[in-house]
Design a protein around this ligand. Structure first.
Ligand SMILES: [Zn+2]
Length: 504
């Protein structure tokens, strides 16, 4: 069955999320996830949002009121140029991501350039959240009160940071980073805090005295302090973190203490999720350029499948995404749960590669192969064909069939005389109107009769049609093709005695 969208819980709620929700206790709840849009926002980052979403759904299922927030750290300073960004962008290092231009000129800022595609993926996946941009929150005064508090507790904050990080903080350290006239957020020295005016007086890098109004976004809190401040300002009750933040002495260690001792706000519930690797490419990392974007994956599978893939059985464990050899099996497992009579993914790939974009021919091929149900839903069929085609173009392993060959494949030269005779016999026995099961049965029975091992027999079938040693399940595959075409091809192979010279 297709999963039906309901207002309570559109997706199955995993056990780990129910356990998290139970441990959080009564609400109201605010689930926060976040990311700094300093480079491509990849599938590993999507894992954080989907962990949040699963916990939101578990809380809603318990009848709790929940607000789900995605906090985009758009005011953060640019720390490193993302791969592919022109080198001259180094002049913007230290500037807010929301105030750095888009390297490709298609969005209003550097931040939006990377946030845009991620936001689009979240919309396509119908993730129901509030996207907050930190530069807008600061500019609107949302963080003014916690900033004032932080500035008034500068000494305590410095001590906590020193204790936990083991590093001595600079003498003029401040929890607040005012923006200098140059656009720089770093390197200033604060001289005075004027709490009534919500301003700080500071000396910039070049020695000029300036003033910043912290109720108008003329600066920001440093990351570790901001994390705790944002919990309080948003009334956060839960936030998932990747393991880079939760290591000993890491940002959650300091934020936990700052929240409790300075902001008098209890640290929100937490879930530690593990990273996602791409098989053969390593852990995903925007700064190293190893990225897979959510939209890349939405090109080869529906949103519900992507949810299932990214969360995995347990997001607390590392995930090795296999998008090549292992992908058809993943899709078949997903379809087995999501559809009444799913067409095996490998079969769809062959159909897609054989008929191109012709949905009518694809439907005909599926009907013949015994997948009448799939053939009768043209909308889903054309969608599935697009997924299959996109996957084949981007991820197909070398061993995979690439669609039925129009001409007799030269690779059939490798077939021996027994395999050729076998194909000749099949050509004589194949009848118009046989369904996938009937053809499968014929292929198998004839192999037994000819004393051929199934691998040799089916291998001959794939070789004659695809020029490959393997392919989708043979019965439905062969049944899906025009009987005359298959007969002609198999006869051609059985009569071809000049290896390497196709006879058409
Ligand atoms: Zn752009």
């Amino acid at each position: 069955m297709e999963q039906h969208v309901s207002s309570v819980s559109p997706h199955p709620i995993p056990g780990w999320a129910v356990a998290v929700a139970d441990a959080l206790g009564p609400g109201p709840h605010v689930v926060v996830t976040g990311i700094s849009p300093s480079g491509n926002i990849h599938v590993g980052n999507l894992r954080e949002v989907l962990v949040g979403e699963a916990v939101v759904n578990a809380l809603k299922a318990k009848g709790e009121a929940v607000r789900f927030v995605f906090h985009a750290d758009t005011i953060d300073p640019l720390r490193k140029i993302a791969p592919g960004v022109p080198k001259d962008f180094e002049r913007y290092l230290g500037h807010s991501l929301s105030r750095v231009p888009d390297p490709e000129g298609c969005h209003v800022s550097y931040a939006e350039h990377f946030l845009g595609p991620f936001e689009e993926a979240l919309r396509r996946m119908a993730v129901d959240l509030e996207l907050l941009r930190s530069h807008e929150l600061y500019e609107g005064g949302f963080y003014a009160e916690v900033t004032r508090e932080a500035l008034e507790h500068t000494g305590e904050l410095r001590e906590i940071l020193q204790e936990i990080s083991g590093r001595k903080m600079p003498e003029h350290w401040s929890p607040y980073l005012p923006r200098a006239g140059s656009g720089q957020l770093t390197g200033a020295r604060i001289l005075e805090h004027l709490p009534e005016e919500r301003k700080v007086v500071f000396v910039d890098e070049d020695g000029w005295e300036e003033v910043a109004d912290y109720s108008k976004g003329e600066g920001k809190l440093g990351w570790r302090v901001e994390l705790a401040a944002r919990w309080k300002a948003l009334r956060a009750t839960f936030e998932p973190f990747g393991k880079d933040h939760t290591s000993r002495g890491g940002s959650t260690d300091t934020a936990d203490r700052i929240a409790g001792e300075v902001f008098r706000y209890p640290a929100p519930g937490r879930y530690e999720y593990e990273w996602i690797q791409i098989k053969g490419r390593g852990a995903m990392s925007s700064s190293k350029g190893v990225v897979l974007l959510p939209n890349d994956l939405l090109a080869i599978m529906p949103p519900a499948a992507l949810r299932r893939m990214v969360l995995g059985r347990d997001p607390g464990r590392a995930l090795d995404l296999d998008l090549a050899e292992g992908f058809p099996r993943f899709m078949d497992e997903y379809k087995a749960d999501a559809e009444e009579k799913p067409v095996p993914f490998a079969h769809l790939v062959t159909v897609a590669q054989t008929v191109g974009g012709d949905a009518n021919k694809a439907a005909e091929m599926l009907r013949r192969g015994g997948y009448a149900e799939a053939a009768s839903d043209p909308e889903r069929l054309s969608r599935d064909l697009i997924y299959a085609r996109n996957w084949a173009e981007e991820w197909t392993p070398e061993s995979y069939g690439f669609g039925v060959r129009e001409e007799l494949p030269q690779e059939t030269a490798s077939l021996d005389v027994h395999q050729r005779r076998y194909l000749g016999a099949i050509a004589g026995r194949l009848e118009e109107g046989m369904d996938g099961d009937a053809v499968q049965d014929l292929l198998y029975r004839t192999a037994v009769e000819f004393g051929l091992k199934p691998k040799a027999a089916f291998g001959a079938v794939y070789m004659a049609l695809l020029g490959k040693k393997s392919g989708p399940k043979a019965g439905p595959f062969v049944a899906g093709l025009a009987t005359d075409f298959v007969r002609g091809r198999f006869l051609g192979v059985s009569e071809d005695t000049t290896p390497g010279e196709p006879t058409g």
